[in-house]
Design a protein. Structure first.
Lengths: 122, 419
């Protein structure tokens, strides 16, 4: 599953006509799962400091994780410290479940997320 | 002579010790009255010039015993699950008790709204005392219904939705009919609230604005003002319980207070409860007032509850606006976002958080003289399987609490003593 998530980022960037490459957005160490408590903490590294797709990547991660884990698992997503210029505001947005729910109800955004997750061999 | 006096003293003491056990058999309200009666009796006896302490000691013993039982019984409170209401097919965001059904013999009605785009009305059956789903309000909102609120008369229900509209429903016989749709917000509407008299309605949303609507005859609604000021998504609005003052909570970490000096005047932001003045350091999700309306509690993503106070008697007498001041912060009790907070008429603060727990807080009797403090009365862990989005005390007499969760269910609880 980790490999699948690592590949999500190149798909997003490929849409912007950049060369798809193994971008080390995620690694095994950046995911912590506490099965007893039912908590997941995931940190990802956007490729550049001003990556405009950071929130979209975060959304993709949320959708993918919701599918893979039982519904009672709580997910916290953060950008790796120091890896993004708007680190605090991106983190706040990605962890506000009301904003996430509203975003996923937006048909355009939903379509983008679905394409990122399902248009590739994952 | 001395022997007779001692024997008499023992008998009297025994009588008072028996009296000391009375609280165990009395209901809560009577326990309090009984304690007050004993205190009066004790001070009456000790003020009389009786010969020696033995006339005062027995009542003091009774008082000590009664106080012990009161503390013991208070400590043995539990939140008992009465019923689990199932039906929604997505998370339940918000619940609201119908205020008109708080009367003694009228069955209580509860409204709930969900991510499944519907609103459900639950009514308590007079015979079985359980809540059944009386109506499903669907095919009106095209996206998540985020918030619902009954008008003070209980005749109208307002529902706010991510589809940028607010619908007004009227109870027509056994059904609910959508009698009006309020449009204007640019995007998701997050909350709706009626003022105490039911003459004004307020809505707020992700477009950072708060709208005030006037309720006109014939179920007509007119927007009288659009309030700008928040720099981010406005999560919740609530009117003061006795005065026409509006409060809004936001993703920008502040609570804003909106007031209009005259009836026809313009509404403006008269105060901002922000980080610099002991305010929250992250999104403020909800707020509520105590019964008197002179205290306010706010809850936030920063894992704290904050209590604020204001001199409302000054405001009620027309002396202009009295600012809200920070009283105390309850921190260290929650480890995930607190989504909802509600203050019961008796003074118990209930909080619902993202750690699936319901917590109850009461004002603490011990603590420094001038500083009011609050203590945790009880914590109900795993109240739900997922995040709790809303907690609401029932407006009636009994200590009934309802909670709504991401798990799609609503639970009705009773705060009761174990024994």
């Amino acid at each position: 599953m980790t490999l699948g998530l690592i590949n999500a980022n190149p798909v997003v960037h490929a849409k912007k006509e950049r060369v798809a490459q193994q971008l080390s957005v995620l690694s095994e160490e950046s995911i912590t799962v506490d099965e007893k408590l039912g908590r997941i903490l995931i940190t990802f590294t956007p490729t550049i400091q001003h990556c405009s797709m950071a929130t979209v990547i975060g959304l993709c991660l949320r959708v993918k994780l919701k599918e893979c884990f039982p519904p009672h698992f709580k997910v916290d997503i953060k950008v790796a410290p120091g890896s993004h210029a708007d680190e605090e505001s991106v983190n706040k947005l990605l962890n506000d479940k009301e904003r996430v729910a509203a975003a996923l109800e937006n048909p355009n955004l939903r379509q983008l997320v679905d394409e990122c997750l399902y248009s590739n061999e994952l | 002579m001395a022997k007779l006096v001692i024997e008499g003293w023992i008998e009297v003491s025994l009588v008072y010790v028996v009296i000391g056990f009375f609280p165990l058999f009395l209901s809560r309200n009577f326990r309090v009255l009984f304690l007050i009666f004993l205190m009066r009796l004790e001070s009456h006896l000790s003020s009389k010039a009786f010969i020696g302490f033995h006339y005062n000691l027995p009542p003091v013993l009774a008082l000590a015993l009664s106080s012990f039982w009161m503390e013991f019984l208070d400590a043995n409170l539990e939140l008992k699950e009465i019923q689990k209401l199932q039906g929604h097919t997505d998370r339940v965001w918000s619940i609201a008790w119908n205020p008109a059904t708080a009367a003694a013999d009228v069955p209580t009605v509860l409204a709930s709204c969900s991510g499944d785009k519907t609103v459900r009305i639950w009514e308590q059956s007079p015979s079985t005392r359980s809540w059944d789903c009386k109506a499903v309000l669907e095919e009106t909102h095209t996206r998540t219904v985020r918030s619902c609120a009954w008008s003070p008369s209980g005749k109208l229900l307002a529902t706010a939705s991510f589809d940028a509209t607010t619908a007004i429903w009227e109870n027509v016989g056994a059904d609910f009919e959508c009698v009006s749709t309020l449009e204007g917000h640019e995007n998701e509407v997050k909350c709706v609230s009626w003022n105490a008299s039911g003459s004004l309605l307020a809505t707020c949303g992700r477009d950072k604005t708060v709208w005030i609507w006037e309720v006109m005859p014939g179920n007509e609604f007119e927007c009288i003002q659009v309030l700008q000021g928040h720099t981010q998504d406005v999560k919740m609005v609530r009117w003061h319980p006795t005065m026409d003052i509006l409060f809004s909570c936001s993703y920008d970490n502040t609570v804003k207070v909106w007031w209009s000096e005259d009836d026809d005047g313009d509404w403006s932001c008269v105060q901002t409860l922000g980080e610099s003045r002991y305010g929250h350091s992250s999104t403020v999700w909800s707020l509520d007032f105590n019964a008197k309306g002179d205290n306010l509690v706010t809850c936030s993503d920063d894992l704290t509850l904050k209590i604020w106070e204001a001199d409302i008697t000054r405001m009620q007498s027309g002396d202009g606006y009295a600012p809200w001041n920070h009283l105390c912060t309850l921190s260290g009790y929650h480890d995930r976002t607190i989504f909802s907070v509600h203050w019961s008429r008796e003074g118990i603060i209930a909080s619902g958080a993202a750690d699936d727990a319901v917590r109850l807080f009461v004002q603490s009797k011990d603590g420094p003289m001038n500083e009011p403090s609050y203590r945790l009365l009880l914590k109900k862990e795993k109240a739900h399987d997922m995040d709790i989005n809303s907690v609401q005390w029932c407006p009636g007499e009994k200590r009934i609490l309802a909670s709504a969760s991401d798990d799609g269910t609503i639970k009705v609880w009773e705060l009761a003593t174990l024994c």
